[in-house]
Design a protein. Sequence first.
Lengths: 481, 444
Amino acid sequence: METSTTNIEELATREYKYGFVTQIESDLAPAGLNEDIVRLISSKKNEPEFMLEWRLKAFRHWLTMEEPKWANIHYPAIDYQAAHYYSAPKSNKGPMSLDEVDPELLKTYEKLGIPLREQAMLAGVAVDAVFDSVSVATTFKEKLGQLGIIFCSFSEAVLNHADLIRKYLGSVVPYTDNFFATLNSAVFSDGSFVYVPKGVRCPMELSTYFRINAEKTGQFERTLIIADEGSYVSYLEGCTAPMRDENQLHAAVVELIAHDNATIKYSTVQNWYPGDKEGKGGIYNFVTKRGKCLGVRSKISWTQVETGSAITWKYPSCILQGDNSVGEFYSVAVTNNYQQADTGTKMIHIGKNTRSTIVSKGISAGHGQNTYRGMVKILKGATGARNYSQCDSLLLGDKCGAHTFPYIEVKNSTARMEHEASISKIGEDQIFYCQQRGISAEAAVSMIVNGFCKEVFRELPMEFAVEAQKLLGVSLEGSVG
Amino acid sequence: MIELKEERNVYLSNFASLEKRLKEKRPAWLRAFCKDAISCFTELGFPTTRDEDWRYTSVAPIARTAFKPAVYQVNGWSPSRLADVTLGEVACTQLVFLNGHFSQELSSPGKLPEGVKAGSLASALDSDGGLLEEHLARYASYRRNAFTALNTAFVEDGAFVYLPKDAVVKEPIHLLFLSTASKDPAVCHPRNLIVAGSSAQATVIESYAGLEGGVYFTNAVTEIVTGEQSRIDHTRLQRESERAFHVATMEVSQHRDSAFASRSISIGGKLVRNDLNVLLNGEGCDCTLDGLYFAGGEQHVDNHTTIDHAKPHCSSRELYKGILDGKSTGVFNGKIIVRKDAQKTDARQTNNNLLLSEESLINTKPQLEILADDVKCTHGATIGQLDEEALFYLRTRGIGDAAARSLLTYAFASEIIGRIRIQPIQCRLDLLLSRSLSKGHETL
């Protein structure tokens, strides 16, 4: 189809609209990685002794590890010594209130479409914005404080809530977990920390915005969310980065812990710079995300919309330890130009009557390679476990690829699990049908693609659903066919 | 490491003595293959669970056992004693192999159209050297699979079936591989080659059976080439003894507009691994793979299939069903590759598993790798138990719990068994299944 080819080209040439650089003086650690850098990061943040020790343990362990090679992605070797492991906006002394934040920074966020103040007032979203490596401002802290909810930057939590950090840090993703998680454990600079006390339902969506600004920096943030008994929290995360020729590494770690009857909903809209048309530059997004349903009837739900990054390599997972706990994973991954994505989830059923749902939608265009890799493991004690997985892929263009690698391991005979996958392109008959009814080919395609992703978008909180649809809009609406 | 070396040494010394023995019989081109294969094996060694393809299957018991080459001994065997494993009354061409060697006495030639050849590979090396040189070891690559490498290095005998252009063989060709008990654990490496010329048609049955129990290892490789517009219908029946090791690789290369159908039934063996790789190397090919694995006790059954859509306009259908009882483990790995230019591919794959006991275990991995855009590919996998409601329904109608269970399990399996159109095999499988279901699979 004539229209469809031109539209795909349009899609392939769409521009990255978050590619600006903010001119802010930043406090940059020298390039390279050694124990001194780890010590430097720790001392910059005035961390207590136990944190430094933990970092050093991780760093020493990291030295013994080898970079994993099993994923279905290809990239030149990363020189870990060439990157900067700490970059902070210079004016930062820890924000007291929004008025103290550098106006330049605020402007950046406005360009990103998250005016902190406005959003705070109108949408009622509490935002913790992380710029390069340091948390810039946290809105709505007071209001949350009244309910006993702690929502602050990770460095603040290390200073003010050391007992909680000590108890939970590394309890889901140990520092020995994998190459990138270990690297993160050694050099992580900031991130978000959330604690929701017993029986509290967090009245608003909590949100973090991540941005890589400085050149040649890696971003290593760490998020820790703890939902105590009977509590509920919904957390959103968004990311962008400026356009640069070289690849930048983003290796984050997210840990979620849900106690008895608690629910955590974690949503991501990831739009890191994907590189240019030729696949030059872009972010390597190598992230470890894992949630532990520790208590009975707890629930963790991951929703992700992955449109950015040169390479995405992440598997938000659930350890279903408590009886009757529930894990969910909803994902839309879009790869375009030379983007590569190897993403999926791991559901590990340990407790009785645990249930998990996986819905993954992959869209590949241009030279994009999209891989779903998932594991459902039902252990011996997980009597009555139930899993439903569905992964669908849509191919736009003849140079892209879609792959699925589902691993299913069942060690308990009472388990019931289903896995379904399909790969297809938009049918010419479907478009023809719409055109018959006076809908243009472009509108038809956008309709079909949106319908394809609907199942996942439905899971996103309102604010994000709009953004996600807009994002997909930028890439797809009126441009794909 | 030293230990590993020793495991290989047994095969190396066996290879040396085999080479000495067969010096005259093997043509030069084959000798070159064998030499290359054995050096590949030395390099590869036996796979470990660290290899992605062997992640769930440990071949350590095979590697640890010092198997001796199996010897041909026909003493005391007569066609009448084989009634249980042959096709009975059905008119067919039957080639019987005892411990990997062709047995003239036990085989019975059927009616074959002119030009069709069905006989032993060893004798074909003398009579049809040219044909063999063109095809043998050209499809099953030994560079990455240690077991194929071993088989290629030790190639001596097996079945050779050749259908010239337009030949239609109505009667099935039955290749029967029997293993007898021996004092020491023995290994045989049957090597089969089936070549179908353009527009040829045939039905081939490959059976493996253990006659007297005991520990032995069958390492079979079958290569099948289907010429343009040809049709090959292949049934594989594996009923090795309960202590036997069975590793089989089947490599199929399809040419334009050809059709290949395979049914693989796996019942016996302690450790079983089946690799089935199909290359759709021409437009308009059609490929159907059906499989049934039925395991109990401490059996381990691993089925790996790969369907490689290399050319456009091909379709493939795959349905594998597993029933696991006792402490058995099952593995299914189905890979579908659609290459860049293979537009209009239509591929479907399904894997259903039934777990009958508490301690049975299944690992399944349906895998799609798609590099073309105008394709329809789906796969599905399920793992479950017998439907409680269906059981209840039967019981309300006065059928006992055990009978209801075996009835439902039988129904689950019969979808595959029903696709085998050769009456005696179907009946025998029906019987086997219902008998073992009523007794519990352990006593099979």
